[in-house]
Design a protein around this ligand. Structure first.
Ligand code: AMP
Length: 584
């Protein structure tokens, strides 16, 4: 029974395992390493996961969910067709798919996994991730921070001693970690981040800029128009990773009375469109460096992770910010997954990895609300665990009653850096009874234990009666009882899934039809030929032929998709010089 690592990404997810002395990424039956983190319910009520769901999203966005990682641990509900899902349930479907893929690839049952999460995930989001694994029927004892996984890959690959800044910029999150790599130790010293800043914000800013330039009101576009415009923004953003200029095109639709609209986009314009986002990125980096007690000059390299760090404009911005050529890491999408693969090896105490030690820190301060300094005035925080304390950690605080003859003490537990509790995230309350007595004569001892997964447990003990109350701190709604969990699992099992072959067929045909509509001439002939080959394989009813031609046709379609992106303009990256001169 192998343990697998899962990079549960906002946009794509990957599985990895430690095998034969290295981290191996797990391909699906068609040879794809990345599974789109998208779930859909088709018109027949079948659940689609991955590429088939991503294709469905282009035709029926209202029946699809993506980017749900951003909402883990919240009460957000996704309504797909007649079904409603929580972000945890959607993530569980993706995890289930990766588990099945790994089982087919490795030929053994997978019962345990390690999942990577953004370092800046809070208690609720971490707990929700573990719960998603439970729903998917796979035990997840360990969560690992994404930047830590990336640093582990970098250190394992060349073993150099240095201080790295891991810049992990995904679809929905930015995580910055300062990592000290020396001997066999990978020590995460500081974490800072923004849970709501990622590539999709660039997509939105581009779409908004398009609306502004064309005099359109974003809020007046219907859901399908918004989805199409966002998709086009995303396409253009990715194209700018290959060339310096692209033409953005948007067809409002037949009944809108509007013609096709176009906007030129280049790296310089993207930089201006993203000004607000770059300011936010700069603030997070500054906070991380300040907290680490180091100077900018102590950072030897910026390690890129996450799909959005592929953007040349982001890399240029980083080099500018540090005043030197500092960016490293040429495969940001796979860095984290490889790191979790390595971690599964460490977890299984593999001989080659037994000397490696990795330490992590907590991203937030944690404390309780206490009476403020001014009688009757606002309350204040009593911090028990400071941010960037090494995990696991514990802290104890003693508190006395504030009023005469009160019979209980209520402790509000908060996470965040503000002096004023109201400005921080409330994790919950814990209440304990105390004997009635004049103020300050009764009290309780509060213990915070922050575990290696970044999940907080709190215990409160009354000083005079010894009564004890324990709680794992996540907001009540996400803490499911055994019964609720079993009911949810049952609901998931009762869902209707296509066979893997049928789902692949749906994805391939939808993709082929979409590309056919976008192309002409010779490319169309290639697509027609690919569809014919694939249909013949299906007619033969031979599972081996279906698989073989499925992966071949998928490979050809992906090549066409990439070539479509590349051929819009033939400008070279060198043109960026213009932008650099302007900036100076
Ligand atoms: P992740 O959450 O790490 O999977 O990152 C996904 C994000 O990276 C999405 O917002 C993508 O649009 C973005 N992304 C992926 N590839 C590229 C690329 N070549 N250029 C720009 N953005 C990209």
């Amino acid at each position: 029974m192998a343990v697998i690592g899962i990079d549960l990404g906002t946009t794509n997810s990957l599985g990895a395992v430690w095998r034969a002395g290295k981290a191996e990424l797990i391909p699906d039956e068609l040879g794809n390493l990345m599974i789109p983190s998208v779930v859909a319910v088709d018109l027949e009520g079948n659940i689609l996961i991955g590429q088939a769901a991503r294709e469905e999203e282009l035709i029926h966005p209202e029946r699809c969910a993506s980017n749900f990682k951003r909402f883990m641990g919240t009460t957000k509900k996704y309504c797909l067709g007649e079904r409603e899902f929580t972000p945890e349930e959607l993530s569980a479907l993706v995890l289930k798919r990766i588990r099945e893929t790994a089982q087919t690839y490795l030929g053994e049952e997978i019962t345990e996994c390690v999942i990577s999460v953004p370092a800046y995930f809070n208690n609720d989001q971490r707990y929700a991730t573990k719960q998603a694994a439970q729903l998917a029927g796979i035990y997840c004892e360990r969560l690992i921070n994404e930047p830590s996984a990336a640093a582990l890959t970098a250190h394992r690959e060349d073993g150099e001693e240095r201080v790295l800044l891991v810049f992990d910029f995904g679809g929905g999150t930015l995580d910055i970690s300062i990592v000290d790599c020396f001997e066999n130790i990978v020590e995460i010293t500081t974490i800072a981040g923004d849970n709501h800043l990622g590539g999709t914000d660039f997509d939105r800013e581009i779409a908004f800029a398009f609306c502004e330039e064309k005099g359109m009101d974003w809020d007046k576009l219907n859901r399908r128009q918004q989805a199409n415009l966002l998709l086009e923004s995303k396409r253009c953003k990715a194209t700018l990773s290959l060339q310096n200029r692209v033409e953005m095109q948007f067809c409002p639709g037949e009944n809108s009375g509007m013609e096709k609209l176009c906007m030129e986009l280049d790296t310089e314009k993207l930089f201006h469109i993203g000004q607000g986002l770059f300011k936010r990125i700069k603030n997070v980096i500054s906070r991380a460096i300040t907290d680490s007690g180091l100077g900018v000059e102590d950072i030897s390299g910026v390690l890129l992770a996450g799909g959005s760090s592929r953007m040349p404009v982001v890399q240029m911005f980083l080099s500018r910010l540090f005043g030197r050529d500092i960016v490293m890491g040429n495969d940001p999408d796979l860095l984290i997954a490889r790191g979790i693969g390595i971690y599964t090896g460490i977890k299984e105490r593999n001989e080659e990895l037994k000397d490696i030690l990795m330490t992590d820190v907590c991203p937030f301060s944690l404390g309780i609300e206490i009476v403020g300094d001014v009688p009757g005035g606002p309350s204040k925080m009593s911090m028990l665990i400071e941010r960037n304390s090494i995990l696991p950690c514990r802290a104890v605080g003693n508190y006395v009653t504030a009023n005469d003859y009160q019979d209980k003490m209520i402790f509000g537990i908060f996470q965040g850096e503000n002096y004023n509790p109201e400005q921080n995230l409330k994790l919950g309350d814990i209440t304990i009874s105390v004997p009635k007595a004049p103020k300050r004569q009764e009290g309780a001892t509060v213990t915070f234990a922050y575990d290696i997964n970044g999940i907080l447990e709190v215990s409160v003990v009354s000083n005079s009666t010894g009564e004890k109350v324990n709680a794992t701190f996540v907001s009540g709604y996400s803490q499911l009882s055994e019964k609720q969990l079993a009911a949810k699992k049952e609901r998931m099992e009762a869902m209707s899934f296509l066979t893997r072959e049928e789902e692949e067929r749906k994805a391939i045909i939808a993709m082929a039809e979409r590309l056919y509509a976008q192309t002409s001439g010779e490319l169309r002939c290639h697509i027609e030929q690919a569809i014919a080959l694939y249909s013949n394989a299906w007619k033969s009813k031979s599972p081996i032929r279906i698989r073989k031609w499925g992966s071949e046709v998928m490979r050809r379609l992906l090549t066409i998709e990439i070539s479509l992106r590349k051929n819009v303009f033939d400008l070279e990256i060198e043109d960026l010089e213009l932008f650099e001169k302007d900036e100076d």
